[in-house]
Ligand binder design. Structure first.
Ligand SMILES: NC(=O)c1ccc[n+]([C@@H]2O[C@H](COP(=O)([O-])OP(=O)(O)OC[C@H]3O[C@@H](n4cnc5c(N)ncnc54)[C@H](OP(=O)(O)O)[C@@H]3O)[C@@H](O)[C@H]2O)c1
Length: 332
């Protein structure tokens, strides 16, 4: 089978005679149709995000494809059969023609979503769902600020808020008017977009909320946004930190006084290294709560671009240059 490998310099190449993985008893073998490109793929090939112990060293943490074979336990415990279309979060190994996944993490491709586009569901919707409803316990009608609004996770989060906990104000930040209007088209007019290159997002939030601030912040930026996040958060607010695109060490030192006075909860989360039990529970909630919304057209994977697998370098370049709005996919 074909798979994408990288060398010490991070250079990518296709290997055409790789061995097809053998599914363990609790695993399903999927013939990959598409896989999602994620920021952590860029970090992994640069040697900055090693795969968790026991996971495939091949890049790729989400796939869509056709069930080819089921291990013994998988056959007796899950409802899937050969030929079914699924998508899934994987610990690694997505950039390969076949991928073995625990049956507990398979999501049937929602009706009305193409099998290629379904590769853009698992990582961003599972990350956004767990950040919104597990890490920050966001409630109906609360206000929220979602940074990197046009990112894959950002667009999943804004759609989930609208579908599951709308009613409050939703703010997003992004680097351009074009990205902000793209997000508004996807999510609807309820979005308040802030171009962080032109405006101070904290001042905008404070003014638009009458000085109260927002109840929840979903942040991928970290250090460079820390002070402004503290200004933007409401009393009893929750900040969920999912990425460190703007660095991990603040220049001015941590403002602990503001955390104390506002009673702010700061929660960090990563998905890839979570236990199988965590991923099983999250998959179950995505299947019961989000899949029906995809089928009603209330959620959709937002696909920026689809590249043939062989053009993986161009796909990575697009993400590295922050050119995408939504998901970049690789098609087999
Ligand atoms: N913790 C987890 O479980 C988890 C899971 C999945 C993803 N993530 C993280 O979530 C983030 C988004 O992932 P994604 O796949 O959705 O990314 P993506 O689609 O590639 O979008 C990332 C966007 O972030 C913005 N950005 C980049 N550098 C920035 C900076 N220094 N300051 C402010 N904005 C910046 C850019 O948008 P603008 O042009 O609008 O600035 C960029 O297009 C990444 O950091 C990723 O590692 C975390």
């Amino acid at each position: 089978m074909i798979q994408i490998v990288y060398d010490d310099s991070g250079a990518l190449s296709a290997q055409r005679n790789a061995e097809i993985p053998h599914p363990k008893s609790n695993e399903i073998l999927i013939k990959t149709v598409a896989c999602g490109v994620n920021r952590l793929d860029l970090l992994q090939k640069a040697g900055r995000y090693p795969p968790p112990p026991g996971e495939s060293p091949i890049l790729g943490v989400e796939v869509s494809g056709i069930v080819e074979k089921l291990g013994e336990e998988a056959q007796s415990k899950c409802n899937l059969k050969k030929g079914d279309a699924v998508c899934a979060l994987v610990g690694g190994g997505g950039y390969a023609g076949y991928c073995a996944i625990p049956w507990q993490t398979a999501i049937p491709v929602p009706q009305g979503v193409s099998i290629v586009d379904a590769a853009g569901i698992p990582e961003v919707f599972m990350t956004a769902y767990s950040a919104l409803y597990w890490s920050s316990s966001m409630r109906q009608g609360e206000s929220i600020l979602i940074h990197a609004g046009a990112s894959g996770v950002g667009l999943a989060a804004t759609q989930l808020v609208k579908a599951l906990s709308g009613g409050g104000k939703t703010f997003i930040t992004s680097s351009s008017e074009a990205k902000i209007s793209f997000c508004s088209k996807i999510v609807g007019g309820e979005l308040h977009g802030i171009n962080y290159k032109e405006k101070d997002f904290a001042e905008e939030i404070v003014s638009a909320t009458g000085g109260k601030g927002v109840d929840v912040i979903i942040d991928f930026v970290g250090a460079s946004y820390w002070e402004k996040n503290l200004k933007s958060i409401a009393v009893d607010g929750r900040i969920v930190l999912l990425g460190l695109l703007g660095g991990s060490v603040t220049e001015s030192g941590l403002n602990l006084g503001m955390i104390l006075r506002k009673r702010v909860a700061v929660v960090g989360s990563t998905l890839r290294a979570r236990s199988l039990e965590y991923k099983r529970r999250l998959t179950e909630e995505i299947v019961t709560k989000a899949v029906p919304l995809f089928e009603k057209g209330l959620l959709k994977p937002v696909i920026d671009s689809v590249y043939p697998l062989e053009d993986v370098q161009a796909a990575h370049d697009r993400m590295q240059k922050n050119l995408n709005s939504g998901k970049i996919l690789l098609k087999f």
